[in-house]
Design a protein around this ligand. Structure first.
Ligand SMILES: [Zn+2]
Length: 139
């Protein structure tokens, strides 16, 4: 790992290491009143056709990540923001767990063939669901 401009690190990681780097991490996609809307980064990475055995060139700091194909430097994506104080990557412990819209019980992160979602902890008695973006309390 070598230090790059403006505090960015330049990393060369394969797809597996890239997923490991952002395991349990989320990034801010927007704000709504007192809450921050965030996306689990591993869920986002699933949509990008990142291959485990291929190597990628990454510019990365605590707020921002740019991913390029290593051999061609073709941009794959970037996420996060370089400057906003609300865009820090954060971990699962930071999350505000939403309440079920049907019965007000706590919700749990669940997985289905269609991806992750919030499901009611009283399932199967209650079928309450919320989509991810996850909601984080403002700070
Ligand atoms: Zn419920």
């Amino acid at each position: 790992m070598k230090d790059c401009y403006n505090g960015y690190q330049e990393l060369h990681l394969n797809g597996l290491e890239l997923r490991e780097l952002f395991k349990n991490s989320f990034y801010c996609t927007g704000r709504h009143h007192g809450t921050i809307i965030a996306l689990p980064i591993p869920v986002y990475l699933e949509t990008l056709n990142i291959k485990n055995e291929e190597t990628y060139r990454i510019f990365y700091n605590e707020n921002f990540c740019k991913i390029m194909k290593e051999k061609t430097d073709v941009d794959i994506t970037f996420f996060g923001h370089a400057t906003s104080r609300f865009s820090k990557f954060f971990s699962e412990e930071d999350l505000h767990i939403p309440k079920c819209p049907l019965c007000n019980s706590e919700m749990k992160l669940r997985n289905s063939q269609y991806g992750e979602f919030w499901g009611c902890s009283k399932y199967p008695d209650c079928r309450g669901k919320l989509q991810i973006g996850i909601i984080k309390k403002d700070y």
